[in-house]
Every structure is written in C-alpha cells, then in structure tokens.
Design a protein around this ligand. Structure first.
Ligand code: FEO
Length: 405
C-alpha cells in the first residue's frame, strides 16, 4: 500500500493487517486495518500511529509523502496498543515533535513508554490547534474506547478523525465506504459496523449516547469520518452516526438468535423444533452452533436480535464449557434490552438451564423462565414440548419488542 490522499493534503498512512484473526479474544475473520493520518500543512501533523508490528510500513507510507523528521505535531487520540505502540519509532524519527494527548492519555502512556524524552501538550475538549491552513479541534471521548480517548476534528476539511468509534474490523483494499460497497455490499459493511460495536463498544452504550448528543450539539459540519479501523466514511458519514444512535437506543430486529452447543446431539435435536415453533409464530430465527462459530459472531447475532435462547447440555452438573465461556464474555459486554431463555438436555442431575437463568439475572436481562430440560435423547413427545416452548418464547419476544417500537 501507499499513502492515500483523503482530503487536500491529508493522507491515510495506515496499514492493513490481513492476518488479524484474534483481537483480544474477539475473532476477526476479515482482518483489520490500523488507520493513521498525516496532514501536510505549515506544521506537518501526524494523527495516531499503528500497532508496533507494522511500524515500518506506516513509516514507509509517511516517507512516500514527506521526511518524517519534519513532523511537528503528533496527536495521540487513543493509547491502546493497536494505535500507539509505534510511538517510540515515530519519535526516534521526529524527536522534537510535540505530542498532543488528553491528561488520562498521558498518564496511561507513561505506563507504556519512557515519555520523559518527549514534549507534550495536554488537551481537553474545546482546545484547538492551528497548523496553517487547517484548524484542529480536540474532543474528549472517554470510554469510547478507553478513558484516554479523544477525537480530532479538522475544521476546514469537515473531517472527523474518530479513532475507534465508527470503525470496523475489515482488511480490504477499499479505503472508502463507496469503494467497499462497490466491491462487496452495503449489507456486509453494515454487518461489520454492528459486529465491531457489539464486541468492542457495547458496554459503553449510554456513554456513547451522551457523547453523540454532545457531538451533534457542537454543530460540526462533517462530510467525512475517518476511524482508526476499517474504511473511511466519505459517502455516508451520517449513516454510521444513525447506526450508532440506533444501537445505543437498543434497536434490534424482531428475531431470535438460538445459540447452542451439544454433546451427543440431544440438545441439537431440541433446537430444530424450537426453531420451527419460533418461525411458526412469525418471528425470524438465526441458529448458531457455538463450537463451530466464534463467540464474537454469536454476540453480533444476539445483538441484532430482540430475543436469544441458549441451548446447553448439562456437563458435570453445570453449563457446557463453550456456552459457559460465551456467557462470561457476554456478561462483560453488558447487553441491554434483550429477552433471554434457555433449554437443553441432561442425563441425571441437570443444572445447566438453571445456571443460565442465574447468568441472565447477573446481566440484568429479562428472561422467560423456567426454560426447558429434556432427559437424554428427546422423544417425539419432547419434540412437541420443544415446539411449544419455541412458540411461547416467540410470543414473549413479540410482546417485549413492542416496548421499543
Ligand atoms: Fe483500536 Fe481501543 O483500540
């Protein structure tokens, strides 16, 4: 790759990580990018770095535009390793540059690098920096994604450099939304936005809601949003803002995600009539076998659906391991506005279904109790119970969904 001019004298100098498949536990089947940006102005300014492993590539991209020693300002919007761990390499090349960072960013960076060598200016929301023809405005966005996070708005370019927000884990030759839609599809792009939000930003939904309201109140003219991951929004920046507004408000489809695993196919056999019952009640249904599917994909499907059923066998009196791990991961993401239920087979003592409901309670999620358990292999009578269980759950989901219409 080489630098890509995204606005007059503003370049994408990032890298594409085609092989990224695990992002701190979040499975990324489509890889990712680490985007950073270079503004060629009277004061040459670099916004963010990239993951350390790729520092040579971003430096090569910078060199294709300018001599890195001429960089006057380095802005660190977010200190997480995927964006800030090349800072040493950059500062070796531009040792006199001033680093612009939030107070919490500086404290965090102090724990990652020997910062005593560098000049800093601490910034907060509303602070500005004139670099020549362009004026930059800093906007703190704590917990979007870490306490240190901020965005940088380039006023004359109507460009919001949004760091993790509005990103997607997509490794692609396309740099812009319209390019990606042309070579893939609009649905694939939006699916990536939901996937990223569900697995990274879901816990911070209410903070994001307040921050988006604050951003809109500032009345900034935005005709491009450039995140630190994935494609740049030049055709439809307003669409991704709308998607975020919908997600923080808990918008979901009238659909049920069945997320299950199985030991000897008994719980799997229950899944089919449960699904049929849901569909016969007029509710769409997605079925995910967990050991065959990354948990992060299951989280995305749950997040797209108003209701979710967990199908788990009982193993050693408790939840099947793949589902136990999934529920722990889900609890950390603090989902809201979803209704849950559970079913599964057991041999003698049972216990997994009951424990699922305890997990739902810990998450503060509404649940349709008591779930359904079947001993060993489901009989044809059990199949009828599963079907009715699916129908009843779908009815409860429809009722619950009305609250959000
Ligand atoms: Fe892409 Fe929070 O780092």
């Amino acid at each position: 790759m080489k630098a890509v001019e995204i606005k007059p004298d503003i370049y994408w100098v990032g890298v594409i990580d085609w092989g990224a498949r695990d992002f701190h536990g979040y499975v990324t089947p489509n890889g990712t990018t680490y985007n950073n940006y270079l503004i060629m102005d009277e004061q040459i300014t670099l916004l963010d770095t990239v993951k350390y492993d790729f520092s040579d590539i971003t430096i090569g991209n910078i060199k294709s535009v300018t001599d890195p020693s001429k960089i006057v300002n380095v802005i660190i919007n977010h200190i997480e390793t995927d964006h800030a761990s090349s800072i040493d390499k950059i500062m070796e090349l531009a040792p006199n540059a001033t680093i612009y960072i939030t107070e919490r960013g500086k404290k965090g960076l102090d724990r990652h690098a020997d910062t005593s060598r560098w000049k800093f200016r601490i910034v907060k929301t509303g602070d500005t920096l004139n670099i020549g023809r362009y004026n930059l405005l800093f906007i703190e966005t704590p917990m979007l994604h870490w306490p240190d996070s901020m965005m940088t708005y380039v006023k004359e370019a109507k460009l919001l450099i949004s760091q993790d927000a509005f990103g997607q884990h997509l490794a692609t030759a396309a740099r812009f939304d319209d390019e990606f839609i042309e070579c893939a599809s609009h649905a694939a792009l939006e699916d990536s936005v939901v996937d990223y939000y569900a697995n990274i930003l879901m816990p911070f939904g209410q903070l994001i809601k307040a921050k988006i309201a604050e951003l809109l109140k500032l009345g900034l003219e935005i005709d491009m949003i450039a995140p630190d991951h994935g494609i740049i929004w030049r055709k439809q920046p307003e669409r991704v803002i709308q998607m975020y507004q919908d997600m923080v408000d808990g918008k979901a489809s009238l659909r049920v995600a069945i997320i299950y695993d199985t030991m000897w196919h008994s719980t799997e056999r229950m899944t089919v009539p449960v699904m049929q019952g849901i569909k016969d009640e007029g509710v769409d249904c997605t079925v995910i076998k967990l050991r065959a599917t990354p948990g992060s994909v299951a989280v995305k499907e749950l997040w797209k659906s108003r209701g979710c059923l967990i199908g788990t066998p009982t193993l050693n009196n408790t939840i099947f391991p793949s589902l136990a791990g999934f529920l722990t991961y889900l609890r950390g993401l603090r989902p809201k506005n979803r209704i849950m239920g559970a079913f599964g087979s057991y041999g003698w003592g049972g216990g997994a279904v009951k424990e699922c409901y305890e997990e739902f309670k810990k998450m503060g999620l509404e649940a349709v109790e008591p779930g359904l358990q079947v001993v060993y292999k489901p009989s044809s009578e059990d199949g009828k119970l599963c079907y009715e269980f699916g129908r009843d759950f779908a009815r409860k989901v429809k009722e619950f969904h009305k609250k959000f219409e």
